[in-house]
Design a protein. Structure first.
Length: 216
């Protein structure tokens, strides 16, 4: 019974492998960049606060967006520019707010011991922030849904889903490496000066992204 519901794909192992590797490379090229999402995950990773939850939320969100793009939602997004406009302004407001908080942290300094300084982030706040820097960012839709979806459309039906699997794997590898690898920077960020530099960079990145959204 179940087999009758499955698509009858004739999968070529060679083309499937090429599609998967293409998806891996294309996906990594889109997410390995300084942005709101990566900056937030980096900071949480250095502080070792809710890292598993944060990287899981980011990776699962990316997987959902990739699936939507390969599934053809990209065309729908392109046909409804009003949705992206609303997201653009909402994302800009959120990023400006986050930039302000980062700037305040840069001025006051910080440390790795969040509870001792009163700067630790609650689990709910961490999840909400990760969701916001992902789903309120129009670039996430343009990159994973529109660009990746358009790229996937050049592949045959079976291969495009192998491409999607490769892109999803890239997201998993990147976010987990970023979140859990950041802890090795802990000795450097034991100093308040390093935290001030990081938060200053985050504030500039967030503000720059917000201005870019407003002007785009």
């Amino acid at each position: 019974m179940i087999a009758g519901w499955l698509p009858s794909w004739n999968v070529n192992a060679s083309s499937a492998a090429v599609a998967a590797l293409s998806g891996l490379g294309f996906g990594l090229s889109l997410i390995v960049a300084i942005g709101a999402q990566n900056a937030f995950i980096l900071r949480q990773g250095i502080r070792r606060e809710h890292v598993l939850v944060v990287v899981s939320v980011a990776a699962l969100s990316d997987i959902a967006l990739i699936a939507a793009g390969v599934g053809g939602v990209g065309a729908l997004v392109q046909s409804a520019p009003g949705v992206l406009t609303v997201l653009r302004y909402a994302g800009a407001i959120f990023l400006l707010g986050y930039a302000t908080l980062a700037a305040r942290r840069a001025l006051s300094g910080g440390s790795l011991v969040g509870d001792a300084t009163g700067n630790s982030m609650a689990l709910g706040a961490a999840v909400a922030t990760c969701l916001a820097v992902t789903w309120l960012n129009p670039h996430a839709y343009l990159d994973t849904v529109v660009l990746l979806g358009s790229y996937a459309s050049h592949f045959a039906t079976p291969d495009r889903w192998f491409l999607a699997a490769g892109a999803m794997l890239g997201s998993l590898l990147w976010f987990f490496a970023l979140g859990f690898g950041a802890r090795y920077l802990a000795p450097l960020f034991a100093r308040k000066t390093a935290w001030r530099v990081l938060d200053s960079v985050i504030a500039l990145v967030m503000a720059g992204l917000a201005v870019g959204l407003l002007l785009s």
